[in-house]
Design a protein around this ligand. Structure first.
Ligand code: RB5
Length: 147
């Protein structure tokens, strides 16, 4: 199951991506927001990140206007590897090299087709492990040292 969340700046893309994932047969949980009202992106970043960390969701997708705020917020939660991507190569690398468990997109940056392409590339890729796992272990050590 994938958990997806956005602020008002990512709402349209959240709706489009939910449909895309469901058409692919992927279970999706909607963490909000679900209206046009201005909301604070850290609240939804936290909800999605906590769902991933608890194991309730296998991975998450976050969308705000640029993707920047959501990625900053989600990456504060230990164990989250949130990757803001803007092209298919980055989306694939986010999984293959970084094992990103949260994909972050900009709702005011991407059109719907591009966003679906990015989610598909990330979703279909596989983590390569090996030297990349050793690097992730160093990130985990940084989290431990500074939290
Ligand atoms: C909201 O206006 C906007 O700041 C937010 O969606 C996001 O782009 C923040 O990084």
């Amino acid at each position: 199951m994938i958990v997806i969340g956005s602020d008002h700046g990512g709402l349209l893309l959240k709706t489009a991506l939910t449909g895309y994932l469901e058409r692919r047969g992927v279970g999706v949980t909607d963490a909000g927001t679900n209206g046009d009202a201005s909301v604070d992106y850290p609240d939804f970043g936290r909800k999605v990140a906590e769902s991933v960390i608890s194991g309730e969701a296998e991975a998450g997708i976050l969308i705000c206007g640029t993707g920047i705020g959501m990625s900053i917020a989600a990456n504060k939660i230990p164990g989250i590897r949130a990757a803001l991507v803007t092209d298919v190569f980055m989306a694939r690398m986010a999984k293959e090299h970084n094992n990103a468990n949260v994909l972050v997109l900009g709702g005011r940056v991407l059109d719907e087709q591009k966003a679906c392409d990015l989610v598909g590339a990330w979703f279909d890729a596989a983590f390569e492990g090996g030297r990349h796992q050793a690097r992730l272990d160093k990130i985990t050590a940084l989290e431990k040292k500074y939290s």
